[in-house]
Design a protein around this ligand. Structure first.
Ligand SMILES: *Cc1c(COP(=O)(O)O)cnc(C)c1O
Length: 403
């Protein structure tokens, strides 16, 4: 009998009991707005910002309404405006180029390597050809490029780096927390990321003027003194008349849910990566299947898993996806002609008038992706790997037989 996997790839863990208690307390007193605090009270959002700044080692932190809002706020805070080119990954999720477009910038895409990281040679070429002064770097699916090499290239060219850490909250490169190489690090606390408040985002950085602008942009009015992980008032007083209020704050209910999750973050990240390693071991040396190299300096968070079926025909890849789906294993394919769910890629973002990138197309054509929620245990992960291995093997052998 062929085994079938019965778990749900979209079911995250419940909110921890202490998060539920904290949320109920906020609802009982009713002060959900971050600036609605009783005398002497430090609001949950302000507390979360202090704790997340400490977690990442940043001087300042701002909580906002979503990861996408964090990206757009960060871009505006470093001065991106009308019509200017902004570099970003060809392989990322739609809200990344969307954030660039939303502030009036023009996304210029940089290619992806077989390691699923930013192609640094292409980055150098695109810096030169576009004249862009900002890179919105997405650590897509948790794959971190050589950050020292990237920063050397960007520093030499005067390019400001904003990091999209939606998939690397809790990860490190050579010991440095993800989000701490560039000028600003942006995170999402949307349900499918590493902490879950439904929607939400965080920004960290060390530059007082940039972070003051981010706070003003997020909708602080003249209440920035209620922040506890913010630059001194002088940085607001000189700038506030120049900065529009774009209103995208986080509320105390979400912050209350997130604070206990932050305390559990490192433990959860380790649990994700243990699951990742089980799938990786189960798929090792599967003929026709390429695992993604994980370099030693990268302390990644294995909350999702990717592999390549390199140079397979679209029909054969689709066959694998369908066979795995029939056995309960949901693979998402970034190479499909039309986007499904979240799998759009640069060619689908027509508003950005993307240039063709054949090397990137070749990687994405064979790229399969799946989530590894913590509701799966390591036995589930071993079973998932067995199913993928069997179905890739069946299609691969059929293909060989047909040749
Ligand atoms: C989810 C995600 C975002 C946007 O975050 P939201 O909180 O959903 O707005 C940005 N970048 C990447 C890579 C993401 O996965």
């Amino acid at each position: 009998m062929t085994e079938r996997f019965e778990g749900s790839f979209t079911q995250q863990e419940p909110i921890p009991e202490d998060g539920i208690d904290a949320a109920v307390e906020v609802m009982r007193h009713g002060r959900l707005h971050r600036y609605n605090s009783a005398p002497g009270e430090t609001a949950e959002v302000a507390r979360l910002e202090v704790e997340f700044a400490a977690y990442t080692g940043a001087r300042y932190c701002l909580a906002v309404a979503s990861g996408g809002s964090a990206l757009a706020t960060a871009l505006r805070a470093v001065g991106v405006g009308g019509g200017e080119p902004v570099l970003s990954n060809a392989f990322t999720l739609a809200p990344v180029p969307g954030a660039i477009q939303s502030v009036g910038g023009h996304p210029v895409f940089v290619g992806v390597t077989r390691g699923l990281t930013l192609d640094l040679d292409d980055l150098s070429a695109k810096i030169a050809s576009s004249g862009a002064g900002v890179l919105l770097l997405s650590h897509m699916r948790g794959h971190v490029c050589d950050m020292e090499a990237l920063m050397r290239i960007c520093d030499a060219a005067g390019v400001t780096v904003i990091e999209d850490c939606a998939h690397t909250m809790g990860a490190r490169w050579n010991g440095v927390p993800s989000g701490r190489h560039g000028a600003l690090g942006c995170y999402s606390t949307q349900t499918y990321k590493h902490m879950n408040s439904g929607e939400g985002g965080l920004i960290v950085g060390d530059d007082p003027d940039v972070m003051a602008r981010a706070i003003l942009l997020s909708g602080s009015y003249m209440l920035f003194d209620r922040h506890a992980a913010a630059p001194p008032p002088a940085h607001f007083e000189t700038q506030h008349p120049d900065i529009p209020n774009v209103s995208g704050r986080m509320d105390n209910l979400r912050a209350a849910i997130l604070r206990p999750q932050l305390r559990a973050l490192d433990r959860n990240c380790a649990a994700w990566t243990a699951r990742y390693r089980v799938v990786e071991a189960g798929l090792a040396e599967t003929p026709g299947l390429t695992l993604i190299d994980r370099p030693a300096p990268e302390a990644f968070v294995g909350s999702s898993f990717q592999f390549l079926l390199e140079d397979w025909s679209p029909e054969a890849v689709r066959d694998v996806v369908e066979r795995c789906a029939a056995r309960g294993v949901e693979l998402k394919w970034f190479g499909a002609e039309a986007p499904a769910a979240f799998t759009s890629r640069y060619v689908h973002w027509r508003y950005a008038a993307p240039e063709p990138m054949p090397e990137t197309d070749r990687v994405l054509a064979g790229l399969l992706d799946m989530r590894l929620p913590l509701t799966f245990d390591e036995r589930d992960c071993a079973q998932i790997a067995r199913i993928i291995r069997a179905e890739v093997g069946a299609v691969w052998q059929g293909r060989a037989a047909a040749e």
